[in-house]
Design a protein around this ligand. Structure first.
Ligand SMILES: O=C(O)CCC(=O)C(=O)O
Length: 277
């Protein structure tokens, strides 16, 4: 099925993405795709891959994070290659061409008491360069999503603060402790100081956010799962930069995975395909 067009992206989406670092594209992905992706997501969760993790804090199997699923599952592969997400990211960023970084499935089970901590994505990534500073994430809802079920919240305009914040562990294991990098302000306890937005989503809606933007999500207090397929896109060149603080599965996927990139090498090739629309 080919649906590689950004037809759902409006001028307002482009303006919001550039100005606020976040925008919601309604009806971005067809229900045909969503219905194929749901069982694929269940399969991925039941069959952990090498770069997956249980990111539940203080409980098991509540919050699943699957990464590079498209390397091991055909529906994800078809969707990445033929679905609309790449074209959407290209339209929002205005890039002449866009490269896939990776796909990341975030499933919060019904009742999962796991907030996603407020964080900025940039320094989790073992990347350097312009592409790294401008990664665009397309977070696609596979289920209806509300704040009650764990909708992601975003600090509008934070992508333009020009500050790099230390990563935070999603499961509270203190993994990124002791870094000499600025800590994120305590957004959770000073919410009134920020312009915070979230979107109630229907399956197939897509929220796009900029890599420098600050975001987090509450626990899932609803009686349905909250599955989000976050696909990361590089609108410019990025090189492998396996710094200490970067996320270990990403570092392994790039440094020890099929391509075995050396530090400083450009991330490219069939496992990180380039799209041009
Ligand atoms: O889905 C979530 O809870 C968080 C998503 C997120 O942090 C991201 O896509 O960068």
């Amino acid at each position: 099925m080919t649906e590689n067009s950004a037809s759902a992206v409006t001028e307002q989406n482009i303006e919001e993405y550039q100005r606020d670092g976040v925008t919601c594209i309604r009806g971005a992905i067809s229900m045909d795709w969503i219905e194929q992706l749901r069982p694929a997501a269940d399969w991925a969760q039941a069959n952990y891959g090498p770069y997956d993790g249980d990111i539940s804090a203080g409980a098991e199997d509540q919050f699943y994070g699957g990464q590079f699923m498209w390397w091991r599952e055909d529906t994800f592969r078809d969707f990445i290659l033929d679905g609309a997400a790449a074209a959407i990211a290209q339209a929002l960023t205005g890039a002449p061409e866009i490269r896939l970084f990776y796909d990341f499935l975030l499933t919060k089970e019904a009742g999962a008491g796991n907030p996603t901590p407020w964080h900025q994505d940039r320094l989790y990534y073992p990347l350097a360069g312009d592409g790294a500073d401008n990664v665009c994430t397309t977070w696609i809802a596979l289920d209806p999503v509300t704040l009650n079920s764990g909708a992601v919240e975003y600090v509008k305009g934070s992508h333009a603060w020009g500050r790099y914040f230390a990563p935070k562990s999603f499961n509270d294991d203190g993994r990124y402790g002791g870094l000499d990098i600025e800590a994120l302000p305590d957004v959770a306890n000073t919410r009134g100081d920020y312009d915070i937005v979230h979107y109630d989503l229907e399956p197939g809606d897509c929220v796009a956010h900029h890599v420098m933007g600050v975001h987090g999500a509450p626990e899932n207090n609803a009686d349905i799962r909250r599955r989000g397929l976050a696909i990361r896109w590089l609108p410019a060149e990025a090189t492998f930069d396996p710094r200490e603080e970067t996320q270990y599965q990403l570092k392994a996927a790039l440094g020890e995975g099929p391509d075995k990139f050396e530090s400083g090498e450009t991330v490219q090739g069939d496992n990180f395909p380039l799209f041009r629309f």
